[in-house]
Design a protein around this ligand. Structure first.
Ligand SMILES: Cc1cc2nc3c(=O)[nH]c(=O)nc-3n(C[C@H](O)[C@H](O)[C@H](O)COP(=O)(O)OP(=O)(O)OC[C@H]3O[C@@H](n4cnc5c(N)ncnc54)[C@H](O)[C@@H]3O)c2cc1C
Length: 479
């Protein structure tokens, strides 16, 4: 069932057991799972079925620290959420991404990849992808991994018919949960704002906050403030340890053995370091992407090399005519380590139309970010040359430690942390089942629960966690 607003929903007298807040990949995945279990569920979606300026305005906010995207540009507020403009790259966090590492403060999840594995087949089905191929060793420390470029499923479109036909799922569009009310043990009700007006309250036995990797923190921070700590009783980590995947063009390469790099059909090769290499360098996870350059770029690269790196020019001259295959632009994406001071906070002065304070995002890259960028590129360059797969030239700004350029991508639009998963309520918000510490009936879904970011795009993993959460809720309700 799909209702256009709260008035239409109220007229249907639907009695939900579960309330899901947010209709993006996370919320729709939980609803999809509960639909299969027949559990009466309502899903509130703040936007409608199309983009509107009016809805998007609720996402405006301010950023402090490093240059970041405008907060109303880096996400979308209508059914399907940011899946309406995601790029579709898929990959699941590796086992070691879930483990605690001495060289990454605050690393370690209370669950492992094995806990998600039983749900992978459902995830592939949801995202319309095949299982991932095994990695291929390329150098001593690097493996080629498969990143799957999916058909970037728009969740609102893909699951619309299922949701519309379902007798157990009610989707209420144009309806925002503006506040959760809690007593320190459970959430007792949700306050609603529908079509520009107060739409009263509703209740359910379980609540799932799935409003996105920035908004989950915002809704819970605001609700907790209004309930005097009654929604997140252990709020020390709430909004904190927020993470992104910084990503930059950081060099160029000549390639002599392209096949060894296992490029995909578009000519992109993705290389990831071994656990031993990361531990030896003491850096978080990262991947290096080699993208075949268009010819004009190659020419410029040649000219640049001839002036500034004669040793590479000599090697190129010898290699030309024998087995030089192509050139590549080199991109690096890395796992930003969780840092307490990177956080989502509430503005003291600016509010949206429903009266909820807007976000102030405090975000900086730190020393470990610098280290993984430089050391990661260096190690790759050394091993690439030693194996005679080609030669890498690291960009001057990386080698010299200059400011990060802001004429590149900057980061992935991957919003992680803020309601991170952990065993210790002092440094985490939810437990291994995505349940808010100390609360009987409040859960979070989405990449806000990531304890660490790994090196890959987040949506495949967050979908796996959401399927698992749906399974957990279905079993909890059945018992
Ligand atoms: C340009 C871009 C490219 C990307 N490319 C990739 C990629 O290639 N691979 C990848 O893995 N990820 C990618 N991502 C990230 C991906 O889009 C997100 O990981 C994913 O959409 C997060 O899903 P979500 O359901 O947690 O949140 P969202 O997609 O943000 O959905 C949240 C939903 O909740 C609704 N909502 C918000 N507040 C409320 C409220 N108070 N009450 C009710 N409803 C509310 C919103 O309207 C929205 O529909 C990209 C993102 C962007 C912006």
């Amino acid at each position: 069932m799909i209702f256009q607003d709260m008035a239409a929903y109220r007229a249907a007298n639907f009695a939900p057991r579960v309330a899901i807040i947010g209709g993006g990949p996370a919320g729709i995945t939980v609803a999809h799972k509960l639909h299969r279990s027949g559990i009466p569920t309502v899903l509130f979606e703040a936007g409608g079925e199309e983009y509107t300026e009016e809805s998007q305005d609720f996402y405006k906010g301010k950023t402090f620290g490093d240059t970041y995207f405008d907060l109303d540009v880096t996400r979308l507020r209508f059914l399907g959420g940011s899946s309406n403009h995601w790029a579709g790259w898929c990959r699941i966090l590796e086992s070691y991404d879930f483990e605690a590492k001495s060289y990454i403060p605050h690393s370690g999840w209370p669950i492992g990849r094995a806990d998600l594995e039983p749900f992978f087949a459902e995830v592939y089905d949801i995202l319309g992808i095949q299982a991932f191929e095994p990695d291929h060793p390329v150098t001593d420390s690097f493996r080629a991994m498969q990143m799957i470029k999916s058909d970037h499923v728009h969740f609102g479109e893909k699951f619309r018919d299922e949701l519309a036909r379902s007798g157990s799922i009610a989707v209420v569009l144009n309806t925002e949960v503006s506040e959760l009310v809690g007593n320190g043990r459970s959430v007792t009700s949700a306050k609603l704002w529908s079509r520009g007006a107060d739409a009263g309250e509703m209740t359910a036995s379980h609540f799932v906050v799935a409003t996105g990797g920035l908004e989950n923190s915002r809704l819970l921070l605001w609700s907790n403030e209004r309930s005097n700590g009654g929604v997140v009783p252990n709020a020390g980590a709430l909004g904190r340890y927020w993470m992104e995947h910084p990503m930059y063009w950081a060099g160029n390469a000549f390639i002599t053995n392209r096949d060894a790099l296992k490029p995909d059909a578009d000519g992109d090769a993705f290389l990831i370091p071994s656990v031993e290499a990361m531990a030896k360098l003491g850096v978080p996870n990262f991947h290096i992407q080699l993208e075949t350059m268009p010819y004009f770029g190659a020419k410029k690269f040649m000219a640049d090399i001839a002036c500034r790196a004669p040793e590479i020019t000599e090697w190129v001259s010898k290699t030309l005519g024998s087995h030089l295959q192509c050139t590549a632009r080199v991109h690096i994406d890395w796992e930003q380590p969780p840092v307490e001071s990177n956080r989502v906070a509430l503005s003291a002065t600016d509010r949206d139309a429903s009266g909820v304070p807007r976000i102030e995002l405090h975000w900086r890259k730190g020393e470990l970010d610098r280290k993984v960028l430089l050391e990661g590129m260096r190690l790759f360059g050394e091993e690439f040359a030693r194996k005679d797969l080609g030669r890498l030239r690291i960009s001057d700004w990386v080698r010299n430690g200059d400011d990060y350029p802001d004429d590149m991508e900057i980061a992935g639009n991957h919003h992680m942390g803020g309601t991170r998963m952990g065993s210790d309520p002092a440094t985490s918000v939810v437990d291994g089942d995505c349940k808010v510490h100390g609360m009987a009936n409040l859960y979070c879904a989405g990449s806000s629960v990531f304890a660490t970011a790994g090196q890959c795009t987040p949506t495949t993993t967050l979908t796996a966690i959401a399927v698992r959460l749906g399974d957990h809720l279905a079993r909890t309700m059945a018992s």
